[in-house]
Design a protein around this ligand. Sequence first.
Ligand SMILES: [Zn+2]
Length: 81
Amino acid sequence: MNKRLKLQCWNCPKTYFETLDITDKQEVIVKCPYCNVEAVVNLKPFHKQSKTMRVFRGENKDAQSDEEFQFPDVLPTRKRE
Ligand SMILES: [Zn+2]
């Protein structure tokens, strides 16, 4: 699943849009278009754990494919180690 997200660079710290491939991976590597520094986006805090339960109860019929994640307006990034 690809999702366009707004990220905040840990280094400059400007914000920019990046289309991320959201998978089972917990972390995604991105590169800031302004200062060209690599950054790590941690997706784990935005994963909604309750999805399985809601699907099981049949209350999730109209849910979109990105229902599993709930992202803030701007995602923080951190330095790649
Ligand atoms: Zn930057």
